[in-house]
Design a protein around this ligand. Structure first.
Ligand code: OXD
Length: 312
């Protein structure tokens, strides 16, 4: 019996080191760069990867399964990936990280951390500046998958009022109320903080547009931890420059790395982080991959299969 080939594509060798399969059941190949992947991809039956180079999909003639290492799958759901390839995600891993990121940066705003640090550098005692509470503030979570619900739980633990927006508008235990995406602006009007978590699909591209931003209170903060292109960046820039928003915490951008000349860098009401809100770690993803690998080898259905039509 020929053994299936599993290609692991990542610069960190730990991803491959943590692959577990019964002895002799698979051929394991690794590639850290596009040029290393190029001669191997035609042989791959399964791929365990992050940001696999788009120009190589056409060569992946034998590929049957792709396990994605990160939260988003938009880079994989391209027409070049043959329709028969099953794509699986890694849910449950990123929510705890992103909950800490979101709650942490919301607290950075309300605890006025920038102001106190700034005053410290100048040896000034600014006891006229008081912190605010997160308790009682309204957080609107746009995108209520497993990550959105993990963020909701953390926010609720601090007494925040959590509202949600999702494609279906289906109620979830974690949010006091959920609207459909069509009623996005109704939800945004109520927010002190908005966190954007929608996957990037043709329907969500630019969905946080000038009208959506105008619906937000002028004191509200926008946190984008989804994809840069879900937000209309020129409209956001306009709103921030015009002080029509409290500010923005941005972890993702339409172009990454954010180019040095980009105007976001210069704004005092923007925090820029380099796409780190939900890092992938080999140790956290490995159990998901290994469980699916065992299923795949046994011919059983895989877990966490992406709906390629829906885009997530
Ligand atoms: C992502 C990730 O999908 O960082 O953006 O995992």
């Amino acid at each position: 019996m020929t053994r299936p080939t599993v290609l692991v594509y990542h610069a960190d060798p730990k991803y491959a080191a943590l692959v577990r399969a019964p002895r002799g059941r698979i051929v394991l190949r690794t590639a850290a760069t596009p040029s290393e992947a190029e001669p191997l991809v035609a042989e791959a039956d399964a791929l365990y990867a992050w940001q696999f180079p788009r120009h190589l999909w056409a060569k992946a003639a034998r590929l049957r399964w792709l396990q994605v290492m990160g939260a988003g799958v938009d880079w994989a759901l391209v027409p070049e990936l043959r329709p028969g390839v099953v794509v699986t995600r890694a849910p449950g891993v990123f929510g705890p990280w992103m909950a800490e990121y979101v709650v942490g940066w919301c607290a950075w705003v309300t605890q006025r951390m920038a102001a106190y640090l700034d005053a410290q550098r100048q040896r000034r005692w600014i006891d006229h500046v008081l912190p605010d509470r997160l308790g009682g503030k309204t957080l609107v979570i746009v995108g209520l998958g497993d990550i959105g619900r993990a963020i909701a739980r953390a926010a609720r633990a601090l007494g925040m009022r959590v509202l949600g927006v999702s494609r279906t508008g289906r109620p979830v235990r974690e949010a006091r109320r959920v609207w459909r995406v069509g009623a996005l602006r109704t939800a945004l009007r109520q927010a002190d903080f908005v966190v954007v978590l929608l996957p990037l699909t043709p329907e969500t591209r630019g969905i946080i547009d000038a009208g959506a931003l105008a619906a937000m209170k002028p004191t509200a903060w926008l946190l984008n931890v989804a994809r840069g292109a879900v937000v209309d960046e020129p409209a956001l820039l306009d709103a921030l420059r015009g002080r029509r928003l409290g500010g923005a915490i941005l972890d993702v951008f339409a172009t990454e790395p954010l180019p040095p000349h980009h105007p976001f860098w210069a704004l005092d009401n923007v925090v820029i982080t380099p796409h780190i809100s939900g890092p992938s770690t080999p140790e956290e993803i490995a159990p998901i991959f290994n469980d699916n690998l065992a299923r795949w080898l046994a011919g059983r259905p895989l877990r966490h299969v992406v709906d390629r039509k829906a885009g997530y």
